[in-house]
Design a protein around this ligand. Structure first.
Ligand code: NAD
Length: 271
């Protein structure tokens, strides 16, 4: 009889220790993640929720977004899906007002949604493709940062904004011209914006992933992906959860003295 009880205790000990030591440092914080249905945004949403944040999962992919909300709720986390096409300013205004409309504030805003252009040399890029990339990868981040900052300034409690740029914004990447230009703009938007609101306790940082194993790389095809891998000193693509770890660090109070910074996370890639 007593051996049975001992065996049961041994079986639940690992679970108990996980519960005891689980990092719940983001309990009480509200976070918005754009482009949250897949890839880096999905992993970021999961990690924010595991650490206790209430996560607003936002994307144009409703099915995948709602599936992620269910996944978060299944492990006891809190999340809601809000549709937002980041290429529409009115959608972003609605998204940023979602929490204040429920008498909650935005503590964390992760501006992650983005697309890559089909590889094309600059002199062959059509005006349509150029405009689409700049709108979706740069103007959208400007809107998200602008409206989140205004709300954070109004309630005077600070906040953390993380803009997902790319190492493509730090150096030349032939055939990815519009993407490079948009991401370089995101870096400037972050560093300049950060200095303007630093005294108000609002931190703005940019994360620059190198090639990371997500659907966005599909434009490069399998041959393109293996060429990318060969150029990464660590010899492999990044994983979306590795980028999420950095984003969530910048979202948390552990990074309380970091603002206006630009972080590469790329397995040592030289850009
Ligand atoms: N994967 C990489 O190699 C890599 C490298 C550097 C930077 N990034 C950046 O990371 C961010 C996330 O990309 P990912 O790699 O996870 O790609 P992904 O394709 O897996 O995810 C992108 C997400 O953005 C969403 N999205 C696309 N258009 C949208 C729109 N108009 N409105 C709202 N959401 C929209 C998609 O539905 C998807 O959920 C992007 O900004 C991307 O530029 C990725």
């Amino acid at each position: 009889m007593s051996t049975n009880i001992e065996i049961k205790w041994i079986a639940i000990l690992p679970i108990l220790s996980q519960i005891t030591f689980m990092d719940k440092s983001l309990v009480g914080k509200n976070a918005i993640v754009t482009g949250a249905a897949l890839g880096i945004g999905k992993e970021t949403s999961l990690l924010l929720a595991r650490k206790g944040a209430n996560v607003i999962v936002s994307d144009i992919k409703e099915e995948e977004g709602n599936r992620l909300v269910n996944e978060i709720q299944n492990f006891g986390g809190t999340a809601s899906f809000v549709y937002c096409d980041v290429s529409r300013e009115e959608d972003i205004i609605q998204l940023t007002n979602y929490l204040p409309n429920q008498n909650k504030r935005i503590d964390i805003m992760v501006n992650n949604a983005g697309i890559a252009n089909k590889p094309t040399f600059m002199h062959k890029v059509s005006t349509e493709v150029w405009n689409q990339l700049i709108l979706l990868d740069l103007t959208s981040v400007f809107w998200c940062q602008k409206y989140a900052t205004k709300l954070m300034l109004a309630d005077k409690k600070g906040g953390s904004i993380i803009n997902v740029a790319s190492i493509a914004g730090l150096g030349a990447s032939p055939s990815l011209g519009p993407y490079c230009v948009a991401k370089a703009g995101v870096i400037e938007l972050s560093t300049t914006g950060a200095l303007e609101v630093a005294k108000a306790g609002i931190r703005i940082n940019a994360v620059c992933p190198g090639w990371t194993e997500t659907a966005i790389l599909d434009v490069a095809g399998e041959r393109g992906k293996s060429a990318m891998e060969k150029n990464i000193p660590m010899g492999r693509l990044g994983k979306p959860n590795e980028v999420a770890n950095l984003i969530v660090f910048l979202a948390s109070d552990e990074s309380s003295f970091i603002t206006g910074s630009v972080y590469k996370i790329d397995g040592g890639t030289r850009s």
